[in-house]
Design a protein around this ligand. Structure first.
Ligand code: UDP
Length: 316
């Protein structure tokens, strides 16, 4: 039985990855400091192959026993969360990645780094291939997320080259689905919440900026395949279907049947104007591509948000 540590395992993606690894028969140790992760995301897990440890990986840490894999997902990931926790985000993506790589070296474990399309910044190449070096403002507000992720990639490659650690790097593009925090400030949670509550949908800028949204089950399938692949260079995982944010707001009005209006708010500083993954490498290497249609994924997410809003309203 493989023994796998997932940092950030109580987060949106982390909790889905824990589910997938348990389904694959792994023993899973889930580490999270719960600043943006949430125990509700893992409350459904009954398996005796699952263990939770509350730990900030920015501090040196260890776990008892052997480890076959470490998947390093720990970090605030939505712009609202990393603006609220800038120093913690820089620390987890530097000290945290270092501590986790040291643990992988000590245990002889595969180290899998969750990187991001944000390493491409406001891209001048479109769509983005793994070979593109990016266009990141090193001192702008988003730098607190982008730079530690870039540093984490550099550190991962250094451990691979210098210490022979068996490493993976996934560059994750915008992902959505159940267990996203309703208040994490990202476009899909905001629009769904606003549509359900009959509030105005807040499109930033003129809504012409683009993103390409991947449903969570597709993303997790790609990550599990990459973990098994033995490939150490970065791989984009995301859905290449690109749309403007105005189109997304309209789609959400349609899926929810809401009569909310769309209003325009200022565009955040350094907000990337376009984003679309080139997934040819993932197709060739992993035989992977996304399957879930946007409407289907939005409906599942909507169901989750409806229940989540009802539960919160029911609380005293
Ligand atoms: N956005 C928006 N309205 C919102 C939240 C976000 O128009 O209520 C825009 C945001 O400016 C960006 C895009 O949606 O252009 C995606 O933002 P998100 O925070 O979901 O992810 P990002 O790709 O910026 O990390």
């Amino acid at each position: 039985m493989e023994r796998t540590l997932v940092t950030g395992g109580a987060g949106f993606l982390g909790s889905h990855l824990c589910d997938a690894l348990l389904n694959e028969g792994h023993e899973v140790i889930c580490v999270d400091n719960l600043i943006t992760g949430n125990m509700d995301n893992i409350a459904h897990i009954q398996s005796d192959r699952f263990h939770f440890v509350k730990q900030d990986i920015s501090q040196p840490f260890t776990v008892a026993g052997s480890l076959d894999n470490i998947v390093n997902l720990a970090s605030p990931a939505s712009p609202v969360d990393y603006y609220a926790h800038p120093v913690e985000t820089l620390k987890v993506g530097s000290f945290g990645t270092y501590n986790t790589l040291e643990l992988a070296r000590e245990k002889g474990a595969v180290f899998f780094m969750a990187s991001t399309s944000e390493v491409y910044g406001d891209p001048l190449e479109h769509p983005q291939k793994e070979t593109y070096w990016g266009n990141v403002n090193p001192i702008g507000p988003r730098s607190v997320y982008d730079e530690p992720k870039r540093f984490s990639e550099a550190l991962t490659m250094a451990y691979h080259r210098t210490h022979g650690v068996d490493t993976r790097i996934v560059r994750i593009f915008n992902t959505y689905g159940p267990r996203m925090a309703i208040n994490d400030g990202r476009a899909i949670p905001n629009f769904l919440y606003q549509a359900l509550k009959g509030e105005d949908l807040t499109v930033y800028g003129d809504g012409s900026q683009t993103r390409s949204f991947c449903y969570v089950s597709d993303l997790i399938e790609g990550m599990v395949r990459l973990l098994k692949s033995g490939h150490s260079d970065p791989v984009n995982i995301g859905n290449p279907i690109e749309m403007t944010l105005l189109e997304m707001a309209e789609k959400i009005l349609q899926v929810t049947g809401s009569r909310s209006k769309i209003v325009f708010k200022p565009l955040p500083e350094d907000d990337p104007k376009v984003r679309q993954p080139d997934i040819n490498l993932a197709r060739q290497l992993l035989g992977w591509e996304p399957k879930v249609k946007l409407e289907e994924g939005l409906r599942d997410t909507l169901d989750y948000f409806r229940k989540s809003i009802d539960t919160h309203q029911a609380e005293p």
